[in-house]
Every structure is written in structure tokens, then in C-alpha cells.
Design a protein around this ligand. Structure first.
Ligand code: ADP
Ligand code: MG
Length: 268
């Protein structure tokens, strides 16, 4: 590739990894979780990370999310080389630029949805009033404003995951990292979550990186990166990308049991 073209690509890359290695040192054994990963993700992309268990997906996400540093190689996030930053500097960048969503929703059970979403704003040095306001707006973005005062136990799994997404969005990150966010959800609820992620990506230009081992879920992304043994084995564009908003009406909803005989809306 020409020098100019390389520069142009680097220009709009929000994530750029160059020969990243991660080795866990367990004393007698060393686990080579990542073995030379180079990749670029552009601003506004929606990327699925796939691969068998143990292939290095979560290790990659921890590095992308500034929770951990590469053992070797470089990670440039939004123009800053973060590979060599201190833990405190990493935490600062993480808080400003990254939103995380996990398979376990990781909500505090004794507090309301609103308070859960407010939590990451504690460090932003703003008034309680503004914190609540931001959290409310964030809940609106995932369609849960009317559940603000509910506790997690009063919410369905899908609603809890939406609260977790709202919490991830509250500091207006430029990147949303989701590690198996639909792993604990039924298929319809999973597509509802993909609908929210697609809307945030399309409407707000949020960069989304999603780990999933379900090919059906990866079909909602634009691009897939397949990992094996700590390396990228395939990097490809998703053909026939699914649009959750269009798929949802074709899926049976849990309270549709009476409509068992209704005509299926898709013929294939
Ligand atoms: P995946 O998310 O694809 O299942 P991981 O990134 O969790 O894969 O793990 C990749 C490899 O690194 C595995 O062999 C795993 O056992 C190992 N590993 C992950 N985290 C740690 C850790 N904190 N300490 C030691 N080994 C780890
Ligand atoms: Mg994992």
C-alpha cells in the first residue's frame, strides 16, 4: 500500500494495534493469550470479534478498553499511544473514551437503575443534579426512562442489560466495548439489544466492538474479526448484514403464544 493511503487510513482509525502480544506470567507457565495482533478499527465502525473460547477475545477487549496493557507492541487509541501509560493515566483515558458492557450485567442490586447509571459520573467532578440529569438522558437513549426508579430485580434480563448500556454511555464514550452482551439472553431479547447497539452506531456514530461466539449475532455487525490461538485468522465484511429493527417484527415475542398459528412473516 502507498504511504499516502496508509496515512489516510491511520487518520480515521480510532483503534490501531501494531503487533500486540499479551503474555500472562503464572510463574512456572506463561500463557501467550495474544501472539502478534495488528488491526485497525475506524471511527463509526461496528465490528464483531469471533473465535473459540480461549482464543484471546477477552484479553483483546481488556487491552482495547485500557484495563490492561500489551506485553509487547503498540496500541494507539484516538491518536494517543496508550501502550506505555501508567495505570492512573489508563484509568483516566478509559473513563473518558470507553464504555463497557459485559455478559453479566454487573449492576448493583440495592440501587435503582438511575443510580446505577450515575455511578461512572462520580469521577467527572459534576454536581449531583447534573449527574442525575445525565443518567436520565442515558436511560432515555436505551428506551428505559420510565424504569429509572426500578431496582435490577424488578427488571427483565434485557432491561438490565439496557441499564448496563446506559451506564456505559453516561460519560459519552467514543467507543463501546461489549463482551458477549447477549450471552445470557434469549434470542428475541438478544436482537433487541442488537437493535439498541445498531441505533447508537448509526444515529450517533458510536464505534462498537462486540465479542460474540454466535454467528447469528455477528451478522448484525459490519465486519468480523475471527481469532484463533491469539491471532487474527480472518478479517471480513459481513455479507447480508442483518438490521435488528427489521428482524424484530418477524420474531415471535414471549407474549405471542396465542398467535401460534399466525402466518410467518418471512418465507425463508
Ligand atoms: P476468550 O475470551 O477468547 O475465551 P481469553 O482472552 O479469556 O479468551 O483467554 C485467552 C487465554 O489466556 C486462555 O488460555 C486463558 O486461559 C488465558 N488467560 C486469560 N486471562 C488470564 C489471566 N488473567 N491469567 C492467566 N491466563 C489468562
Ligand atoms: Mg472471553
Amino acid at each position: 500500500m502507498q504511504e499516502d493511503a496508509l496515512q489516510a487510513r491511520a487518520g480515521d482509525a480510532v483503534i490501531s494495534l501494531d503487533n500486540v502480544h499479551k503474555t500472562y506470567d503464572l510463574g512456572e507457565v506463561q500463557v501467550h493469550a495474544l501472539r502478534g495482533v495488528s488491526l485497525e478499527i475506524r471511527r463509526g465502525e461496528f465490528v464483531a470479534i469471533m473465535g473459540a473460547s480461549g482464543s484471546g477475545k477477552s484479553t483483546l477487549m481488556n487491552i482495547l478498553g485500557c484495563l490492561d496493557r500489551p506485553t509487547k507492541g503498540h496500541y494507539v487509541l484516538d491518536g494517543t499511544d496508550v501502550s506505555e501509560l501508567s495505570k492512573a493515566e489508563l484509568a483516566h483515558i478509559r473513563n473518558r473514551k470507553i464504555g463497557f458492557v459485559f455478559q453479566q450485567f454487573n449492576l448493583l442490586s440495592r440501587t435503582t437503575a438511575l443510580e446505577n447509571v450515575e455511578l461512572p459520573t462520580l469521577y467527572a467532578g459534576i454536581s449531583q443534579e447534573e449527574r442525575a440529569e445525565r443518567a436520565k438522558k442515558s436511560l432515555e437513549r436505551v428506551g428505559l426512562a420510565e424504569r429509572a426508579m426500578h431496582h435490577p430485580s424488578q427488571l427483565s434480563g434485557g432491561q438490565q442489560q439496557r441499564v448496563a448500556i446506559a451506564r456505559a454511555l453516561v460519560n459519552h464514550p467514543s467507543i463501546l466495548l461489549a463482551d458477549e452482551p447477549t450471552g445470557n439472553l434469549d434470542s428475541r431479547t438478544s436482537v433487541e439489544i442488537m437493535d439498541i447497539l445498531q441505533r447508537l452506531n448509526e444515529d450517533e456514530g458510536l464505534t462498537v466492538v462486540l465479542v460474540t461466539h454466535e454467528p447469528d449475532i455477528a451478522h448484525f455487525a459490519q465486519r468480523a474479526l475471527e481469532f484463533r490461538d491469539g491471532k487474527v485468522r480472518r478479517d471480513y465484511r459481513i455479507e447480508k448484514r442483518q438490521i435488528a429493527r427489521l428482524v424484530l417484527p418477524t420474531m415471535k415475542s414471549p407474549d405471542d403464544d396465542d398467535a401460534e398459528d399466525a402466518k410467518p412473516s418471512q418465507s425463508d
